[in-house]
Every structure is written in C-alpha cells, then in structure tokens.
Design a protein around this ligand. Structure first.
Ligand SMILES: *Cc1c(COP(=O)(O)O)cnc(C)c1O
Length: 421
C-alpha cells in the first residue's frame, strides 16, 4: 500500500516559505473526522466519552478542536491540568490518570473537579488526607500475568507494568472508598500499547466488564464508568492494516450486551483515552534535506533531529517518509535519513528505499501527530520546532512558535560577578 499525506508539495512549499523548517503540521479536518468516527463507533453507549490523552499532543489549540467534537481531556500531570484550566475545561470533562502522583497535582485535580483515577491502593488514604474522597472516583486495574488477544497472542505483560491495583486491592479499595463517602465509581485499565489487531478493546472490555460484575457481587458497589484508556494503534507502516474503529466499537458493544446488560449494569458509560489513534495520523514532521554524505552508507542529513521526534531513536519505531513532489518517483535509492545529534541513533530511517533526494527537498515524516512534538527535548542544545495547524479552510495557523536560543538559556541563573574566564 502507499501512504498519502494531507498536504501537497505546492501547499508545503508555500508553508515552508513562511515558516522555517522543521515544523510539526496538524490537519484540523483529519482530527475532526477521526474524533467523529470514534464517537460514531461508540454511539451505542449513551454515556460514551473520549478523554483525549493530552500527553500525546499538549497544545491547547488542538485540545479545543477536540473539545468542540465532544471530547474530554485525560491529564497526567499538573501542567496538563493547567492547560485545561487555561482553556476552560473542568469538572467531568477531565480525567486525571496519573501515577506516583505528587500532592499538588492531586490538589489541582480536586480543585478543577476532575474525575480522579487512582493508580494505587495507597493513594486512597493519601487523597483522603489531602482533600477528602470525591463523590466520583476511579481505580486503575492491573490484572497481572500476560494480556492475550482473541487468538491467544500475547499483547503485553501487565505483570511487569508499574500501574494499577491488583484484583484483591481493587475489591478492598472500592469498599473503603464507599465507606469514605464515594457514590459513583469507575474502573480503568491500560494493558497494551499501539495495538493493531482490532481485538484489544473488545478483550480488555470483557476483562473489565467481568471485573465490574464480580465487584458488584462481592462488594455491592456498582461501577458506572468503564474506562478502556488508550492503546488502539495506527498503521505507521504502509503494509499495516489500519484499525477499523467501527468494528472495534461493535466488538465492545457485543461484550457489553453479553456481560453488563444481564447483570443490570446496562446504564454504565464506556470511556476511552486515546491519544495516538486520534492524533498520530493527523500530524507530520516536515523537514528539509540540508546535507548528503557518502561513506560506508548513503546519508541524507535533515534539519530535524531526534529532539523533534524521538520514537525512531528510542523505540526503533517506523515512520513513513515521503519526499514532497517525488511521491510517484521510483524508490531507486537506499538512504539513512539522519538528524544532527551526536548520537548514532538519531536516524529517522535506516536503509530506507526512497527516491533520489536532493539538497533542499522537503521530507514529510508521517504520523507524528501524537507522541511526536510532545516527547521533544533539548539535547545537544537543539531547539523544539514550531507547531502549525492546517485549518479546514486551507489556511495555516502557527499554534506554537519555535524555540529560540533565548528560550534555551532562560532557565539559567546569572553567573556571579568576577567569575571571568
Ligand atoms: C499514554 C496514555 C494514554 C494514551 O495512549 P495512546 O497510546 O496514545 O492511545 C491514555 N491513558 C493513559 C493513562 C496513558 O498513560
């Protein structure tokens, strides 16, 4: 399969004439369409809500678009909560799913009236002492062992994950929370990431629904919110089959009708906290070829680096690359496409078959809309890029400027006088 982009070479050249490369570019139309498809897939559930995982793309302009599409926000830290506060998102429109949570993060979540999703049994007492137990409270479940898909393939190993309560802690935890005055309860689990087989949500939902029924029987607590969290993947590679979100929604519905409805829990709301699925395909990193190098391999040096997109360097993740204007040219060359960090893992592509690349060509690195810009860092004194939004009317709006050297130096303390060198 070929992978297409949401911008043409002409559009890109015009954008790059105004905004220097590299930059992350997001597609408003695609973001809205993806959010609508997700909402349609779960429309069978009256209380459904997607809480967008803010950590994937923490930009208030993007968050606002998603809020207009009916999404809440899933925050994991103080500053992500502050982003919501700044744009007027509060109360049940915020899910606070954090771990090793500092006191001040809890306090802001309580102040904003957010749904709080406790990551650990010990947090019950900590939150109670800090601010009291809110009327609505969530607990994160970690079933341990291996998490297997429908055909028995291992999707991930929750036994090794730092998150959540064990089953025993969950049963004890809901009792304590009820005794401390909680009235509405939710459950949450995140057991595998970037899943591609379509069965992740249905199998996870089955696990959670069965746990909800068990808790109703053992504790007498009725869980009214089931949060499937994130983890639905996207087709990074042209040969990957994209997840069919409508089929995934129907898979969850089937389990809901089989387990929840007969147990008298048919009014429960299903929540998601997708980041990658909603945003990744709707953003790209645009960078220019600035150098070429011919030694033991062929290298193309670009003006972006792993500080702008870390996934290839740390996970060996595949991100598709197209050369603007050469979409239909034969992939006659084999290159390593590299950034300028003094780290040999700073490679966006290794031994990638691509058309002949000339200095000055614009390269589109696909699917960087989630966990792209947001994982950026400043190693080697590299600066974070701008973020741009391609609006539905075709215009482009800068939604975050590029960092400058002044930003990089802004946190330094002034040297004491007389320390001349
Ligand atoms: C990271 C994260 C998400 C989003 O994960 P995706 O892979 O982007 O779908 C959702 N919820 C929690 C608690 C997370 O940590």
């Amino acid at each position: 399969m070929t992978k297409t982009t949401f911008v043409t070479k002409e559009q890109l050249e015009a954008i790059a004439a105004e905004f220097p490369t590299p930059f992350h570019l997001y597609d408003e139309k695609g973001i809205r369409e993806t959010a609508r498809a997700l909402n349609r897939a779960f429309a069978w559930n009256g209380g459904f809500c997607e809480y967008f995982a803010v950590k994937a793309t923490p930009n208030p302009h993007i968050m606002k678009i998603l809020a207009q599409e009916g999404c809440g926000m899933d925050c994991s830290s103080l500053t992500e909560l502050m982003l919501c506060e700044k744009i007027g998102i509060a109360g049940s429109n915020i899910m606070f799913s954090s771990n090793e949570t500092p006191d001040r993060d809890f306090l802001l979540a309580v102040k904003l009236g957010a749904y709080i999703n406790l990551d650990d049994f010990t947090h019950i007492e900590i939150l109670d002492k800090l601010a009291g137990i809110p009327k609505t409270i969530f607990c994160r479940y970690n079933p341990g062992g291996e998490f297997k898909g429908e055909s028995g393939h291992v999707m991930d190993t929750p036994a090794d994950a730092k998150y959540g309560f064990t089953k025993e802690q969950l049963i004890e935890g809901y009792k304590i929370l009820r005794d401390k005055g909680a009235e509405r309860f939710g459950i949450h689990a995140f057991l595998a990431s970037n899943t591609k087989t379509g069965d992740y949500y249905p199998v996870l939902a089955r696990t959670l629904f069965e746990t909800v029924v068990e808790i109703k029987e053992k504790v007498g607590v009725e869980i009214g919110f089931v949060n499937l969290s994130g983890g639905v993947g996207i087709a990074y590679h042209p040969d990957d089959t994209p997840n069919n979100i409508q089929a995934i929604g129907r898979g969850v519905e089937k389990c809901f009708n089989e387990i929840m409805v007969p147990a008298g829990l048919g009014n429960a709301a299903v929540f998601t906290e997708l980041g990658r699925f909603v945003l990744a395909p709707n953003g790209c990193l645009v960078t220019r070829a600035i150098r070429e190098k011919h030694i033991h391999k062929e290298y193309i040096g670009v003006d972006a680096c792993a500080a702008n997109l870390m996934r290839p360097a740390i996970y060996g993740a595949y991100h598709h690359i197209t050369v603007a204007g050469k979409e239909n040219a034969p992939n006659s060359h084999k290159y390593d496409v590299v950034g300028g960090l003094c780290e040999n893992n700073d490679k966006f592509a290794v031994d990638r078959a691509l058309p002949k690349i000339d200095t000055g060509d614009l390269l589109i690195i696909h699917d960087t809309g989630a966990h792209g810009f947001s994982m950026g860092y400043n190693y080697n004194g590299k600066l974070r890029s701008a973020e741009l939004l391609l609006k539905e009317d075709g215009s482009v709006k800068m939604i975050r400027r590029a960092e400058t050297p002044e930003d990089y130096f802004a946190t330094l303390q002034t040297l004491p006088a007389g320390m001349g060198v």
